[in-house]
Design a protein around this ligand. Structure first.
Ligand SMILES: Cc1ncc(COP(=O)(O)O)c(C=O)c1O
Length: 406
């Protein structure tokens, strides 16, 4: 009989990663071993309230029973076919996701960046075949301070030097305009424009909520210019802001919506391009694909996620608890918080730099049993699971108050 592997401590595991893992992340020094709902537990059994929720990939909390059940059920029947064959799970996933989002068709993928890449390909093809843009001239207009993922094409139109520098040469065909500036957007649109690609709320930039009317304006300008509106709802969508999609706050229907993160229920990577038939209909067999996209396990979990959102409960919770979050942060204004933005259960909080960097605040909160992530400088982002209770949310705010006062 082999001896059981010696259990390593958190410190030992962190040190063990150092020589064998690429250093493309700088995680907080917590080693999570178990999780349930809004709580995670480290190797030593210390518990932490998860106020990041996997950058919104865990909107329904860790291991939501309905999602775990759907995954278990599917694991026992069929996990992968590739799209060389049909599976008995994909039709329902697409039917219910299109109904939830008010769109016609779904292109299933896996990660967020893949959904963005797929949206770009579809928009270009649409521009050549439907709009009549001359070959290889299509442009896509994006916003400054965007975050759409990490592929070479996507980082090529980032304005964040850390994301871009050292990874060129980049794909041409993108124009960058300031976010939340309709006049600049209008000036950038011309007969070569295939699409405008924006986040309805800019997450990584620090939860930047545009002015009321901006999304309506983008819809109106793209309609007038005869180009597509692609909304990247990978972080903002699926309940986070208090509505199913962030564009719903202005009753705007984009031509294409990009989804990811929470669509996989925190279990498997699931992303999707959902859009109008006239747009997604330009793809023909062989022109685009993914071995894992739309696999039966992903489709089963994705369908269960759609099932949770169909109840409206999570959108309602995000709206109601979002009001608690907003009030709590307003009370901290001038007491360590120098500014904040929020929509639903999602906030970017600018901490007085004299108190600490976002990273330092994150480390201090970790010692208080609360996990958050910094974005830039002294900004931290709060995005707890939508299953968090009001009491848990208030205790996280109390921990923030304590850390800011220390
Ligand atoms: C708005 C947005 N788009 C795309 C992505 C990329 O998603 P993924 O990391 O799954 O590739 C992210 C990830 O943070 C995001 O926030």
């Amino acid at each position: 009989m082999t001896a059981p592997a010696r259990t390593r401590t958190s410190d030992e595991l962190i040190r063990a990663e150092e020589p064998v893992l690429a250093h493309n992340y700088h995680p907080l020094p917590v080693v999570v071993a178990r999780a349930e709902g809004a709580w995670v537990e480290d190797v030593e059994g210390r518990r932490y309230l998860d106020m990041l929720a996997g950058y919104s990939a865990l909107n329904f909390g860790h291991r939501h029973p309905a999602l775990i059940e759907a995954a278990h059920h599917q694991l026992d029947r069929l996990t992968l076919t590739s799209r060389a064959f049909h599976s008995d799970r994909l039709a329902e996933f697409a039917e219910r996701l299109t109904a939830l989002t008010g769109q016609d068709m779904v292109l299933p993928m896996n990660t967020g960046a893949e959904a963005v890449e797929s949206g770009i390909k579809v928009a270009r093809k649409w521009a050549y075949e439907v709009k009549g843009v001359p070959a290889d001239r299509a442009t896509i207009v994006v916003a400054a301070d965007n975050f759409h993922g990490r592929t070479t094409t996507i980082v090529g139109f980032s304005t964040d030097e850390t994301a871009r520098s050292g990874f060129g040469p980049f794909a041409p065909g993108f124009r960058i305009v300031p976010y939340n500036d309709l006049a600049a957007l209008e000036a950038a649109l011309d007969e070569t424009t295939a699409a405008v690609l924006i986040e309805p709320v800019q997450g990584e930039a620090g939860v930047i909520v545009p002015d009321d009317g901006y999304l309506t304006g983008v819809r109106e300008l793209t309609r007038r210019a005869g180009c597509l509106f692609l909304a990247d709802e990978i972080q903002s969508g699926l309940g986070r802001t208090g509505r199913t999609l962030a564009v719903d706050h202005e009753d705007v229907v984009p031509d294409v919506v990009l989804l990811g993160k929470a669509l996989g229920g925190g279990i498997v990577p699931v992303s999707a391009v959902v859009g109008r038939r006239e747009v997604l209909g330009v793809l023909r067999p062989g022109e685009h694909g993914s071995t894992f996209g739309g696999n039966p396990l992903s489709a089963a979990v994705g369908t269960a996620v759609v099932g949770l959102l169909e109840t409206g409960e999570f959108q309602r919770r995000a709206a109601e608890l979002g009001a608690v979050l907003r009030e709590g942060l307003a009370e901290l204004a001038g007491r360590g918080v120098v500014g904040f933005r929020s929509r639903g259960l999602w906030a970017g909080v600018d901490v007085d730099p004299a108190i600490g960097t976002g990273r330092e605040i994150g480390e201090r909160l970790m010692r208080e049993g609360v996990l958050v992530k910094d974005t830039h400088g002294s900004t931290i982002r709060l995005a707890p699971p939508l299953t968090i209770t009001e009491g848990e949310l208030r205790s996280a705010l109390a921990s923030l108050e304590k850390v800011l006062a220390a």
